[in-house]
Design a protein around this ligand. Structure first.
Ligand code: HEC
Ligand code: HEC
Length: 454
């Protein structure tokens, strides 16, 4: 049986690499078929007093080639946040680069991740910080270290994965472009005064440096087992038309509203908003059904992740959250131009059409139930007695509105006023991209076209 303590312990030690001493050896490469040098029979390793030693030979070999969770590396209890064998790295002189200027960039990067909207207001078009989703920010309500909380989309080891292919914009992207893409989408940069930070800006360099620091000590070009959210797979996936956001509303009041508010707007300086102007836009990863379901299951309610043992419940809450209005990303209709938007992309009109709807199916169900989709307060009285009706697709029932009911334009400089606060108009996606915004928005869009990251 594998114990991961040792695999993790090396993170703090940093004595890993081509020259890692053989004395550290405890076993053979885990993925025997991939091992190029060492012969491997068991994949097991000596248990050295609760600390598992590393295979000495992993550097330069395909020590693991895929998510280790698939290889039964069980690092957490899937049902209850059991003991997590993960050792975050402390930021100090022994882990920071020797070069003082580089060390300074790493420290700056940490701070930008932790307090993004406060430190870079000219580039952030909402009230979020990277750490609100990637963990460990400076909110008084949170704990952990930036990007190293295992349940909060940790970014440890991520840097090794770049450059990488992205189907959303059909290109190879490097790490800076990836970070810029997060500004574009999760941080809604087009709604800020200056749009995305520039590729070569100090800020992007700092955040890149921080990610490289987080990566130090992890094998190059391998997917660490702690990377990515564990999304529903196979039967765990509830087909989009069967997700019930009305039941989700009920679950939301019970499990989420105490922090994020009955209106989903959170509390400034304590809990981040989940929808509305202050939240991520309709092109962000968190706006997808299975991505958000995976995140909620692992990370929320904050401090009590894995409380939801039932995937259906998580889908319903995720569907409720992503039924709401949020900022619109101008280039969103152009995403996934070649590969086609994934079925879980419920804010994409092409996906909605594919599922047989004329708008976000989650929005439609809330509207049918008379539950608000904006930032008004949700009350228990609004929730219908029998919520099971909304298990059905309800494709053919009509509501007053269109798919655009799900988005908000946050920027002020938009030239075409007809698109502002679009609620019941039936502008099509192609009309939308014809809108010509001005000044800051123009440059933000030009930049997003050239870097169009994920
Ligand atoms: C105990 C308070 C608390 C509860 C209850 C809670 N959250 Fe959170 N939530 C937080 C905090 C704090 C953060 C930010 C964490 C950070 O910055 O490290 C957060 C972040 C988030 C985020 C990512 C940031 C954003 O605003 O989009 C989502 C999504 C989210 N919560 C959804 C939920 C859902 C859904 C529920 C109910 C199942 C829930 N939360 C319950 C405290 C809570
Ligand atoms: C609203 C939540 C949210 C916010 C805010 C957010 N992200 Fe993310 N981020 C995600 C999600 C969701 C993913 C996809 C995770 C997956 O697919 O497993 C992701 C993925 C990433 C990845 C790729 C991770 C990997 O291993 O491939 C990077 C890098 C990243 N984010 C950086 C940032 C940065 C930098 C910021 C701030 C500028 C930021 N994120 C803000 C939700 C968020």
């Amino acid at each position: 049986m594998f114990a991961l303590n040792g695999v993790l312990a090396y993170l703090g030690v940093g004595a890993v690499g081509p020259g890692a001493p053989a004395a550290q050896t405890g076993g053979q490469p885990a993925a025997a078929s991939n091992a190029s040098g060492g012969s491997s029979d068991s994949g097991g390793a000596a248990d050295t007093g609760g600390v598992r030693a590393l295979p000495a030979t992993f550097s330069g070999q395909k020590w693991y080639s895929e998510d280790l969770r698939d290889q039964e590396f069980d690092y957490k209890d899937p049902n209850a946040g059991d003991e997590v064998k993960f050792q975050p790295k402390k930021m100090n002189n022994s882990t920071l680069p020797d070069n003082e200027k580089r060390a300074e960039l790493v420290r700056e990067g940490r701070s930008l991740f932790a307090n993004t909207s406060e430190e870079m207001p000219e580039h952030v078009g909402n009230d979020l910080s990277c750490a609100n989703c990637h963990g460990g920010g400076d909110l008084p309500t949170t704990t952990g270290m930036v990007g190293q909380d295992i349940d909060m989309i940790p970014l440890v080891g991520t840097a090794a994965g770049y450059p990488e292919w992205t189907g959303r914009t059909e290109r190879m992207r490097d790490m800076r472009q990836r970070i810029m893409g997060c500004f574009l989408r999760s941080m809604n940069s087009p709604g800020s005064a200056e749009g995305m930070p520039a590729y070569d800006s100090r800020e992007i360099q700092a955040m890149e440096s921080y990610m490289v620091w987080l990566n130090k000590g992890t094998p190059s070009q391998r997917t660490p087992y702690w990377r990515h959210i564990e999304k529903p797979e196979g039967d765990e996936k509830v087909p989009v038309p069967e997700v019930n956001p009305v039941r989700g509303a009920e679950l939301y009041l019970e499990n989420c509203a105490s922090c994020h508010g009955a209106d989903g707007q959170g509390i400034e300086g304590q809990y981040p908003p989940l929808w509305g102007e202050g939240s991520y836009n309709d092109g962000a990863g968190m706006g997808r059904m299975y991505t958000s379901a995976g995140f909620i299951r692992e990370a929320m309610p904050y401090g009590a992740g894995h409380t939801f043992s039932n995937w259906e419940d998580v889908h319903d809450v995720a569907g409720f959250m992503n039924a709401h209005k949020r900022p619109h990303l101008p280039r969103q209709p152009k995403d996934w131009a070649v590969s086609g938007a994934p079925d879980e992309g419920i804010y994409y009109d092409r996906v909605q059409q594919r599922h047989g709807y004329d708008m976000n199916p989650m929005t439609k169900k809330l509207m049918l139930a008379g539950i608000p989709i904006d930032d008004s307060e949700l009350t228990a009285e609004m929730i219908p007695e029998d919520t099971s009706r909304y298990d059905q697709p309800l494709r053919n029932e009509s509501v007053d509105g269109s798919w655009q009911t799900t988005w908000i334009r946050t920027y002020e400089n938009v030239g075409n006023e007809t698109a502002t606060n679009a609620t019941a108009t039936n502008t099509t996606a192609s009309n939308q991209s014809a809108i010509t915004p001005q000044a800051a928005v123009t440059s933000a869009i030009a930049e997003e076209e050239s870097y169009a990251a994920s």
